[in-house]
Design a protein around this ligand. Structure first.
Ligand code: SAM
Length: 231
């Protein structure tokens, strides 16, 4: 089966409109081509990348209405999950943030080539941007343990907004360990949703945290401090 058909089938399985499938493949092809000359992803097989990158990222759309939302993807790497989210839901106003300049340069090139508006590609460390409480949603995949990640992500989120951490199913201990951090940072664990990635036996977990109070000004701390004494 052609990879785009695999993508369309998976999107249909999620109940999503498949109109953006071509745009999603354009992004994935650009990522896999760039991966030949710089290290963007360990997944080189296009079918695996459709499932474990595109469909995994799109699982976000099965559980939350992103229409018109401002979203920051913290530690986006090659643009995951933010790029698929923005391509499939064009009303999203997306900020892609990563500490690695060449990844952000790739994403800027890719957005320019695809003519994607409402995407800001930002080369910075999450804890050093100074941006506070200005996004409806923060999303993040494969960046840090939840207690550390909450300190990087929750400061960005408006009160009444959401932080979604994309995790493995075996993450209950990690979530339990992060409970006091989440509370200190103004969050409240709302729900954990398990999603099976179409065409695989892989089940991933979306951990949804609501921002219910301001994050105290002391957070985020410098990264060395966050790592040395996680909340
Ligand atoms: N989210 C992508 C994905 O799921 O494929 C990339 C995951 S990669 C394992 C982790 C990324 O987080 C790297 O690109 C790294 O540069 C970025 N990162 C780690 N700590 C960060 C921080 N404090 N601020 C911004 N980016 C960070």
């Amino acid at each position: 089966m052609e990879t785009i058909e695999l993508l369309r089938q998976g999107m249909a399985e999620y109940g999503l409109d498949t109109a953006s499938a071509e745009g999603l493949m354009t992004y994935l092809d650009a990522m896999l081509a760039k991966n030949e000359v710089m290290n963007l992803t360990a997944i080189r097989d296009p079918e695996e990348a459709v499932k474990l990158h595109l469909l995994d990222a799109l699982s976000l759309l099965t559980d939350f209405d992103f229409k018109g939302k401002s979203v920051i993807d913290v530690g986006c790497g090659a643009g995951l999950p933010g790029m698929p989210l923005r391509i499939a839901e064009p009303s999203v106003n997306l900020t892609l943030l990563d500490a690695t300049g060449k990844k952000i340069a790739f994403l800027q090139e890719c957005c320019d080539a695809m003519g994607l508006s409402n995407v800001t590609c930002l080369h910075a460390r999450a804890e050093e941007t100074g941006m506070r409480e200005c996004f409806d949603v923060a999303v993040s995949r494969a960046v840090a343990q939840l207690n550390v990640l909450s300190e990087l992500c929750l400061p960005f989120v408006k009160i009444g907004g959401w932080f979604c951490a994309m995790k493995a199913v075996a993450s209950q201990e990690e979530v339990d360990t992060a409970m006091s951090a989440i509370k200190k940072l103004g969050g409240r664990l709302d729900r954990q949703v398990d999603v099976k990635i179409p065409g695989t036996d892989v089940v991933h977990r979306l951990v949804w945290i609501e921002k219910i109070a301001p994050t105290p000004a002391a957070y985020p701390r410098r990264y060395a401090k966050i790592k040395a004494s996680p909340l």
